[in-house]
Design a protein around this ligand. Structure first.
Ligand code: FAD
Length: 383
């Protein structure tokens, strides 16, 4: 099946574009923006007809909305973890009570979520999770341990936590998926991690006897690994297409800088710019093919490998065309205070993370090797 837009989609596009034009406002804080989106029914388009306050949209309409969103230069969403990761997980594995409790505030943009998977000793090898959740005499779970790289934990109201509920269990056995309220002073501490960009987008999160209610266990005790893996499989390529619109905008800015700085006279720079453009086209066809259902088991890994490396190379190119001054830090730089970077510096620094999060390049290559090429499985440390 080929993926293509349908007749009603242009009407939907006009509606989305007009709404975004009327409402995007750079002065709004991110939480207020989520509420405005929720109130207008723009959250949860991919959930289907649920009755939990979202508007259901077709796959092509979801793509249209994501594309228009990227074009409008609206703020980066702080609600995407709840909308695109937690909600589909609850729809697949949650109880009716869990769905009724948690989906309406996500659809309304009222409650924000973060993802508590990675730990200092468990990143690519997530089965190394050691955070514990023990049943207390009052029936609640008490969570103790440390998560790291938790995006948006400093803003989130809730966190879904992968924790070990079976004492002495190893690897993916004995893990559970728990919904944990973040407002637990003294029991949950969020420490921002300062990045080389000067900003703090993610955090260390320390749990010291934090409470989670038994009815907030998803999928049953000990079934956490299956739930956690299913959550990671919910990306279907819709956001990849939108991301490419953002990428095209960034590439356009790099081209304009190259023209302005004169770097474009260099044949090597010209070749690299054209290569970026051509690769972006390839990524678009790959995303459309995947959405149309003709991708193979390795399609998400191929997409991740393509865009992660592409974006990093664009960051390097942005610095090159900007000239020698790009390597100079801002005048007001200090180790403590936040500082301003220009667009090229920002792109270069942020894109260093692109080949790590969402599964590193090496892990994606292993998945392709094993699931598509049928190569022998990589030996694991403990079985
Ligand atoms: C911007 C950003 C946001 C993030 N947000 C979140 C979040 O919200 N919640 C969350 O839980 N986590 C989050 N993470 C963490 C992310 O999931 C991990 O960084 C990622 O899983 C890699 O784990 P690690 O950092 O421990 O690196 P490691 O797993 O220690 O890897 C280090 C290096 O070794 C390589 N490597 C590891 N194992 C293998 C192998 N078997 N074969 C070959 N090479 C291997 C890796 O590719 C990498 O190059 C975020 C990370 C980033 C960068």
């Amino acid at each position: 099946m080929d993926f293509g837009f349908e007749a009603g989609d242009e009407e939907f596009r006009a509606e989305a574009r007009a709404w975004l034009r009327a409402h995007v406002d750079g002065a709004l804080d991110r939480r207020s923006w989520e509420r405005i989106l929720g109130k207008a029914g723009w959250i949860g388009l991919s959930w289907g007809e649920t009755g939990y306050g979202n508007r259901s949209a077709t796959l092509t309409q979801q793509v249209v909305w994501a594309e228009e969103y990227a074009r409008s230069e609206a703020p980066t969403r702080s609600g995407h973890i709840g909308e695109n990761l937690l909600a589909p997980t609850l729809l697949a594995h949650g109880t009716d009570e869990q769905r009724a409790r948690f989906l309406p505030p996500v659809a309304a943009g009222e409650e924000l979520w973060c993802q508590g998977y990675s730990e200092p000793g468990a990143g690519s090898d997530l089965a190394g999770v050691s955070t514990k959740a023990e049943r207390a005499t009052d029936g609640t779970y008490r969570i103790t341990g440390q998560k790291i790289w938790t995006s948006l934990a400093h803003e989130a109201d809730w966190c879904f936590v992968l924790a070990r509920t079976e004492a002495g269990s190893v690897r993916h056995h004995g893990l559970s998926f728990l919904l944990v309220p973040m407002d637990q002073p003294g029991r949950i501490e969020v420490r921002p991690i300062r990045q080389m960009t000067g900003t703090s987008d993610f955090n260390e999160v320390f749990f010291d006897g934090a409470h989670a209610r038994v009815e907030h266990l998803v999928g049953g005790e000990g079934a956490g690994w299956g739930v956690a893996m299913s959550l990671l499989g919910f990306e279907r390529g819709v956001s990849t297409l939108a991301q490419q619109i953002g990428f095209a905008g960034e590439l356009g800015r790099v081209v304009r800088t190259a023209v302005k700085s004169g770097a474009v006279a260099d044949p090597v720079v010209r070749e690299r710019l054209v290569r970026q453009w051509a690769e972006l086209r390839v990524m678009r066809w790959n995303a459309l093919r995947t959405l149309g259902g003709s991708g193979d088991a390795g399609a998400p890994s191929v997409a991740k490998l393509l865009w992660g490396g592409w974006h990093q190379r664009l960051g390097e190119l942005a610095m090159l065309v900007r000239g020698a001054g790009a390597g100079v830090g801002p005048a007001e730089w200090s180790a403590e205070a936040p500082y301003e970077l220009d667009a090229a510096q920002h792109l270069f620094m942020f894109s260093r993370a692109d080949t790590i999060y969402g599964g590193s390049d090496q892990i994606q290559r292993t998945i392709i090797a094993e699931r598509v090429l049928g190569l022998p499985r990589e030996p694991k440390g403990v079985v």
